[in-house]
Write a protein that binds this ligand. Structure first.
Ligand SMILES: O=C(O)CCC(=O)C(=O)O
Ligand SMILES: [Fe+2]
Length: 352
């Protein structure tokens, strides 16, 4: 990760808590039990969890455990390589797929390194974040080559890495779309109401690696943020570090790792508010997490769903082209800018 320089240091108010807060269970939804019961029951559990927490965990979700284990093994193998090797697949301003070690959240550098790949490969995205510019760009995934001297086991080579990543992300994607249907139902919408937005999706899978940190009280693995996805399905290992901001009192609550569970995070016009979360790091143990973010096609305009709006629940967000939003977010990931890069709250409508 290099030295802990000033770019990593969080403002006082954002630093990890000194007081210890007991981990509180965010709701856990068991698909096995529910599939033997009533879909209505699971829909109502999801609705309650989304309203109260904006986050829930799922177990017995159908994603094969071997695929998840293989991903973590590959991730370790990849991030253990010398930085020169990792930089061979470094992302750049033209293509945001691949390795990156200087992501900034809200203008402060995160204590982590990441590897991103797209679920659709190649895929189309706007070239610029400027709203008047119509140019599109095709971006393709980058896969590590693993020179023989760095291969610690025969399992790891370029084509197997790609296969492992693709097989894993396809399974998690299936789970994601299954959850999206359940979320639609929980909002009183037809199960397939949201699916059309994801034809030609820009969805991506990210592997996060948080190395141990000499001074975890000053930095964050990921600064506080809301995911910009419609739905995120996140796998975390057993180290812990994810914290979510409890809606009732604003306290940061650690999310206890549950073996083989996925953490799910949803957003819809504040009925289901995308909840702020962050990652704390520690001096001892590295940590891996793997989110899959369901993201619409670049041409989709994100806006609150009409049929959910009424006098009591007016649109709280303005319409915005998804591709431009995404392009702007990516630009802000590279360096400290003078202004905060675009966030969901910037799309909030001003009400008198
Ligand atoms: O590492 C985690 O548990 C969460 C990571 C995260 O919030 C993100 O990548 O958006
Ligand atoms: Fe996140």
């Amino acid at each position: 990760m290099g030295d802990l320089d000033l770019s990593f240091i969080q403002d006082l108010e954002n630093r990890p808590n000194v007081k210890v807060i007991e981990p509180e269970e965010v709701p856990v939804i068991d698909f096995f039990t529910s599939s033997h019961g009533d879909t209505k029951e699971i829909v109502s559990e999801i609705g309650n969890a989304c309203r109260k927490w904006g986050f829930f965990q799922v177990v017995n979700h159908g994603v094969p455990l071997e695929l998840s284990k293989r991903m973590v093994k590959m991730a370790k193998e990849f991030f253990d390589q010398p930085i020169e090797e990792k930089k061979k697949v470094k992302r750049d301003e033209g293509n945001s797929m691949g390795y990156h070690d200087s992501e900034h959240t809200k203008n402060v550098r995160d204590w982590k390194e990441v590897f991103d790949f797209s679920l659709e490969d190649p895929r189309l995205v706007p070239a610029m974040d400027n709203l008047d510019d119509q140019e599109l760009r095709t971006i393709s995934n980058r896969w590590p080559q693993y020179p023989t001297e760095f291969r610690l086991c025969d399992l790891i080579d370029c084509s197997l890495t790609r296969k492992a990543c693709q097989e894993y992300s396809r399974e998690v994607e299936k789970l994601g779309y299954r959850l999206l249907k359940l979320v639609s139902l929980s909002l009183g919408l037809p199960a397939n109401r949201l699916n059309g937005y994801f034809i030609d999706q820009t969805s991506l899978c990210r592997i996060n690696h948080y190395p141990p940190c000499p001074n975890p009280n000053l930095v964050l693995g990921v600064g506080r943020h809301k995911d910009f996805s419609a739905l995120t399905v996140l796998a975390q290992d057993d180290v812990g570090g994810l914290e979510i901001r409890r809606k009732s009192d604003g306290e940061w609550i650690p999310v206890k790792p549950i073996p083989d569970a996925f953490i799910v995070n949803v957003w819809s016009n504040d009925t289901y508010e995308s909840v702020e979360h962050r990652v704390v790091v520690n001096t001892e143990k590295e940590r891996f997490s793997i989110p899959v973010l369901l993201l619409p096609a670049h041409h989709v305009n994100i806006e609150p769903l009409e049929e959910l709006l009424n006098e009591q629940n007016p649109a709280k967000y303005q319409r915005y082209n998804w591709g431009k939003f995404y392009a702007s977010r990516i630009r802000g990931d590279y360096k400290k800018r003078d202004v905060e890069n675009i966030q969901i709250h910037h799309l909030k409508k001003q009400h008198p």
